[in-house]
Design a protein around this ligand. Structure first.
Ligand code: HEC
Ligand code: HEC
Length: 226
């Protein structure tokens, strides 16, 4: 009992902090949703998916047809929340998220291009993946409930029970994403190499508490999550 209670309290404190930050985002984006009844989020208002489809031709070589990449190092973009995709393209263009390939891809894009591309990929169905059995055994509990002992919050609190994310808050879809890509990103967050903006800081803090084994298991688990 005495070992369980402090953990529970820490878990509850964590859950309150999460609720606060999530509701702050919800309040901000609520206005946009009411006003436009369109993709919500502070910085994302005007994407045209039809225009984005034409502009996405150049992306298919790596991200696959309709954003369902077949290569494990290249992320799937299909079904990703538009505000998140838009924010990442902007971060690549501004050099805040470092990746030579994507910085070159984003450099020529206008703000409208990024909004249109984000709207297009958000409207495409995400292709599911598969998790290894061993990964599920380690990662499922962590994903759903976190680990009060090591201070890891429940991933589901932000990324949702099926990994669909929270588009309005800019919390990305992780369900179905390639394991290799997930491992690379979680490792980059943990090293502090990926931390652009307030949202990047959030994930940096989460990943700092994960072990190599947990990262590997979570990466595969997310691939199978739907
Ligand atoms: C030559 C291959 C290549 C092409 C072409 C390419 N990308 Fe990428 N893209 C990548 C790689 C590799 C990454 C992973 C970068 C990293 O590890 O940070 C990535 C990451 C991304 C991400 C971040 C995804 C996430 O989940 O955070 C977005 C968004 C993205 N690309 C959009 C685009 C768009 C839009 C285009 C077309 C205009 C495009 N990409 C063209 C290789 C490519
Ligand atoms: C408090 C909310 C929150 C929690 C809890 C959280 N995440 Fe995240 N996660 C985010 C946000 C926000 C981002 C986008 C950060 C950015 O802009 O770089 C993100 C990004 C990611 C990405 C990169 C997605 C991509 O396409 O590049 C992965 C993978 C991820 N999270 C996995 C996890 C896992 C696994 C856990 C649980 C151990 C977790 N997250 C817990 C909010 C959260």
């Amino acid at each position: 009992m005495s070992t369980v209670v402090p953990g529970l309290i820490r878990g509850l404190i964590g859950a309150c902090a999460l609720t606060l930050s999530v509701s702050a985002f919800a309040a901000e984006s609520g206005h946009a949703a009411e006003a436009a009844h369109a993709p919500a989020g502070p910085a994302f208002l005007k994407g045209d998916a039809k225009a984005g489809e034409t502009k996405a031709g150049a992306c298919a070589a790596c991200h696959g047809p309709a954003g369902n990449s077949a290569m494990p190092a290249w992320p799937k973009l299909a079904g990703q929340g538009a505000p998140y995709t838009y924010a990442q393209l902007k971060a690549f263009k501004e050099g805040k998220r470092a990746n030579p390939i994507m910085q070159a891809q984003a450099a020529p894009l206008s703000d409208q291009d990024m909004q249109d591309l984000a709207a297009y990929f958000a409207a495409q169905p995400a292709a599911p993946g598969v998790a290894s059995k061993d990964a599920v055994a380690v990662a499922e509990k962590l994903y759903r409930a976190g680990n009060a002992e090591s201070g890891v919050p429940a991933c589901a609190a932000c990324h949702g029970p099926t990994g669909a994310g929270n588009p309005a808050a800019g919390y990305p879809r992780v369900g179905g994403q390639h394991a290799d890509y997930n491992t690379a990103q979680l490792t980059a967050y943990r090293k502090g190499e990926r931390k652009a903006g307030a949202n990047g800081q959030i994930m940096s803090e989460v990943a700092a508490k994960l072990t190599d084994e947990e990262i590997a298991a979570l990466a595969s688990y997310l691939n199978g999550l739907r």
